[in-house]
Design a protein around this ligand. Structure first.
Ligand code: ATP
Length: 435
């Protein structure tokens, strides 16, 4: 895009001001617009107060050519954004019959009678462009002033806001900027685990130039680092599709051992598919994850084909009683140790009769760390028949993040082992014996 158009992001909601909700919307919008060459010059947050919203939008339109607001588009008494901005633009709200019908249909499909209160969500400022929102009840709206400055209103719900930004707002703004209707934005995500974001970036650094006009975004999360390849509308659909495929192949080659899937793939499903393919069963022994690993595995439909169950052995006593961990192992090495996680995984294999086991023991914090074993220290073991593999991690984040990362690390260890070891597929009769 030529010439940097300026943008201000305004996020609206008392819960943001009070700190009860972290303002992830502003970060998302800033990141996505900046990656398209827009210059985000300011970010403002205001509460659910009409005068504060009016002042913020008016000031934003002085500072930037484009103002993007999120929040306050719902049907409740504290949702003022649409009426305040309509007034500021000197226009009024009018009922959009088509939107109202879509809204009623949405409620009908869910078997709910639409409340009269929701009718206002089909009201649109006269002259505004409606940005359809298939994920929710409030559409996005774009209002443009005579001088070309424009204000875009989006719902606050992050999932809706994200979908609208990618599918509606960016194409709308890019078309406005270039005067040419862009092709649809297309993207493909490659999911990796067991490799840090910086290492991923280093491995693919040499590729970035060759990918143009596609862009590559690095998205770290508890499940690992995702890489999103995006075609921003410069290429037509077919060309974009093949360029994205070619890029994905190159990236997969570079990161091979760490790529477990694409788009919405879940490592628990990838592991489950491998277990099913090899006719193997699995059981889990969990300490610091308190059942998260079992939850991940059982969230996959059909997991009863391979998942036999698990033991949450939080206390030392239960580790001994249910998993056969020896008292002297606990005394000599401590509950968070390689020796204990090995005995845990063996114990759960033996007590459940499963072919494979995953065991996790760690310090999720915030207390309980030491110089030798800081918070985040996690031992993971996996066993397939007689072979046991262990790994130690020092995981970043707060208690919840450490627990999520630990569960993912447990799945990743079994996944890698299933891929790399010479795993023997059980015959159907043996498999049924084990179950
Ligand atoms: P609704 O139709 O649900 O009323 P809305 O457009 O009025 O949508 P809000 O009511 O302001 O939006 O927020 C809906 C949800 O989205 C709330 O759970 C809120 O915490 C969350 N949310 C709102 N703004 C943000 C933000 N800037 N960052 C992250 N989450 C947000």
């Amino acid at each position: 895009m030529s010439g940097a158009h300026t943008v201000e992001v305004i996020t609206i909601g008392d819960e943001l001001l009070l700190g009860h909700t972290i303002d992830t919307n502003a970060a998302f919008i800033s990141r996505e617009l900046a990656s398209q060459g827009f210059r985000v010059v300011a970010r403002t947050t205001v509460g659910d107060v009409p005068s504060a919203i009016r002042d913020a939008v008016a000031a934003g339109l002085e500072r930037a050519e484009i103002v993007i607001c999120t929040g306050g588009l719902g049907p409740t008494q504290d949702d003022f954004t649409k009426s305040v901005v309509a007034e500021l633009f000197g226009t009024e709200l009018e009922l959009d019959a088509q939107l109202l019908e879509q809204l009623r249909e949405r409620f009908r499909r869910r078997g709910i009678t639409m409340a009269e209160r929701n009718v206002c969500q089909a009201e649109v400022p006269k002259g505004a462009t409606v940005l359809p929102n298939p994920r929710g009840t409030a559409p996005g709206l774009a209002l443009t002033r005579a001088d070309g400055r424009c204000c875009i209103l989006l719902p606050g719900v992050p999932q809706e806001m994200r979908g609208l930004t990618m599918e509606q707002v960016l194409p709308f703004l890019l078309q406005r900027a270039s005067g040419i209707k862009p092709h649809p934005i297309q993207y493909h995500t490659i999911r990796t685990t067991g490799i840090a974001e910086s290492a991923v970036a280093e491995q693919v650094a040499g590729l970035l130039r060759a990918l143009e006009p596609l862009t590559l975004a690095f998205l770290p999360g508890f499940a690992g680092t995702d890489l999103r390849i995006t075609s921003w509308g410069e290429l037509d659909e077919v060309t974009a599709d093949s360029a994205i495929n070619a890029a994905a192949i190159k990236i997969r080659e570079l990161l091979d051992a760490h790529v477990y899937g694409s788009n919405d793939d879940d490592l628990a499903k990838v592991v489950g598919d491998l277990l099913r393919q090899h006719r193997l069963t699995v059981a889990v022994a969990e300490s610091c994850t308190g059942g998260l690993l079992g939850k991940r595995l059982t969230a996959i439909p059909g997991s009863s084909d391979y998942f036999v169950g698990g033991i949450i052995s939080y206390s030392d006593r239960l580790k001994q009683q249910l998993l056969g961990v020896r008292a002297e192992t606990l005394r000599e090495h401590g509950a968070v140790s390689e020796a204990v996680v090995q005995e845990m995984v063996r114990g759960v294999q033996q007590s459940t009769g499963a072919d494979c086991g995953i065991a996790i023991t760690g310090i999720a914090g915030p207390g309980g760390g030491s110089a030798e074993k800081p918070v985040g220290t996690v031992w993971v073991a996996c066993a397939i028949d007689d072979a046991v593999r262990t790994r130690r991690f020092v995981l970043p984040g707060d208690r919840e993040e450490i627990r999520e990362r630990a569960a993912q690390a447990g799945l990743a260890l079994l996944w890698k082992t299933l891929l790399t070891e010479n795993v023997i597929t059980k015959s159907a009769s043996t498999a049924s014996l084990v179950q």
